[in-house]
Design a protein around this ligand. Structure first.
Ligand SMILES: [Zn+2]
Length: 452
């Protein structure tokens, strides 16, 4: 361990919290303890925290006061299953009535805003208080530690438009505390990736963070250019699904296991893999996660179900029973690691990543991409854009062995699912298009279902 790493961990981290009056490290210690509790004790702790935030929400947040059937202070929750008596909050509720979700006890200027892109391209703004942000940082630290990162360890990150340290103060913070350097994924090309590979060799970071697609793109570039592989201790993939075929390449090039994790801007970290990499542990100290079937009832089977989250930290803009728009497969397994935190098998995808057949049935875009990538040689990356029930555009990054047969097989794969009349245009690209936040989508459906 380097001297600077020691100073960062034992001096800069605690000093930073002290200066900011931050609960981050305290919360991190709590989370370290909670993760090993029995499931029953974790459930009790969740219920207590849920009850507290719901009492606050009913008293101080107009949306809940107007829409909830009862006062949780008068009728306390006996179990989290009773959440089903309260309405689910949809994205459009937030978009249309944002101010009704803000607590009357805080000044808006004290809240931190996070914007999310949203599938429709309409931005959604979510606010949270400072303490909530510190708690979220603590949860990220816990998940980072499962990946093998420790405070003070130098890390490299692949982010879209990363923050620039321009003032002396921010430079000092970057040097002593954050210990991070970036590759801007909004500007990913052979030159920037080659330069970044050089920086990785020179600075030898022990941890690597990035969106799944970006990690894969960098790994593939290093591999294709036959550059020296880089040895990383802790690699963390965030923000979107990491396909098994992509994961293999990242793990080979960076000579490490990848820790996949799942969260969103609205509620922070929802789940993360531990050292076992067998499913993801729910961040149960911070969020209550429900799985609902299409009728809105509790879903217990190990099949995909809608993810509905209640945030236990955010008192500035409480989100109770918020439908995040993803589907995941719940699990009743316990993990080999011995942690008491419940597992999910995997995240199946965003509801928005579904394609639609003309009879109205849905096709998981991610599954289709995954299946195609595994079955058809010649493709590095693929994005399916559905323009109408019968019109498809495949944005495709070809591999070296791309040929006529690849094209024929692709057209056949789409027609197998969507019928023989499906028209398929194949667009060969150097890279997949990215959203404003630097992510790529697996599937984009342009059919407006309400119009259809
Ligand atoms: Zn585990």
């Amino acid at each position: 361990m380097s001297f600077i790493e020691l100073i960062s961990r034992h001096v800069a981290y605690p000093l930073w919290d002290l200066k900011e009056h931050s609960v981050r490290l305290d919360e991190h210690r709590k989370l370290q303890r909670i993760q090993w509790l029995d499931p029953a004790d974790i459930a009790e702790l969740q219920l207590r925290r849920l009850q507290a935030v719901m009492e606050h929400a009913y008293r101080n947040v107009p949306f809940y006061r107007q829409n909830w059937p009862r006062d949780p202070l008068k009728y306390p929750l006996q179990s989290k299953a009773e959440l089903r008596d309260f309405p689910v909050v949809e994205k459009h509720d937030l978009r249309e009535h944002q101010s009704l979700f803000v607590s009357e006890t805080v000044s808006r200027s004290d809240l931190i805003a996070a914007k999310t892109g949203g599938s429709t391209g309409v931005a959604l703004e979510v606010l949270f208080d400072k303490r909530c942000q510190q708690q979220r940082n603590a949860a990220a630290m816990l998940s980072d530690s499962w990946a093998g990162w420790r405070p003070g360890m130098l890390k490299a990150a692949l982010w879209g438009s990363p923050p620039v340290a321009s003032t002396l103060r921010s430079k000092l913070r970057r040097y002593l505390h954050d210990r991070i350097f970036f590759l801007d994924t909004m500007n990913l090309n052979d030159d920037t990736m080659l330069a970044f590979h050089g920086e990785l060799q020179r600075r030898k970071p022990r941890a690597l963070f990035g969106h799944a697609h970006s990690l894969y793109e960098l790994a593939r570039f290093i591999d294709d250019a036959q550059l020296e592989p880089i040895t990383i201790d802790a690699a963390v993939s965030t923000s979107m699904m990491l396909l098994p075929v992509h994961r293999k390449v990242v793990e080979r090039v960076f000579r490490t296991n990848v820790t996949d994790r799942y969260g969103c801007e609205e509620v922070g970290l929802i789940a993360s893999e531990c050292e076992e990499h067998e499913g993801m542990h729910l961040n149960e100290a911070h969020v209550v996660v429900e799985f609902l079937n299409e009728q809105g009832e509790a879903h217990e089977e190990a099949t995909p179900a809608a993810v509905v989250v209640s945030d236990l930290n955010n008192y500035g803009m409480p989100l109770i029973r918020y439908a995040v728009g993803d589907e995941a497969i719940p699990s009743d397994r316990s993990c080999e690691c011995g942690r008491g935190l419940a597992l999910i098998e995997k995240v199946v995808g965003r509801t928005a990543d579904y394609l639609i057949k003309s009879d109205g049935s849905r096709v998981s875009g991610i599954s289709m991409v995954e299946k195609t990538l595994t079955a058809i040689p010649g493709i590095e990356q693929l994005q399916i854009v559905q323009e109408s029930y019968a019109d498809f555009r495949l944005n495709l990054v070809p591999a070296r062995d791309f040929n006529e047969e690849t094209q024929r097989s692709l057209v056949a794969a789409v027609r197998e699912v969507f019928g023989e009349s499906a028209k398929v245009a194949i667009e060969r690209l150097e890279r997949l298009p990215k959203t404003a936040r630097g992510k790529s989508r697996f599937a984009v459906c342009l059919i407006d279902e309400e119009q259809a």
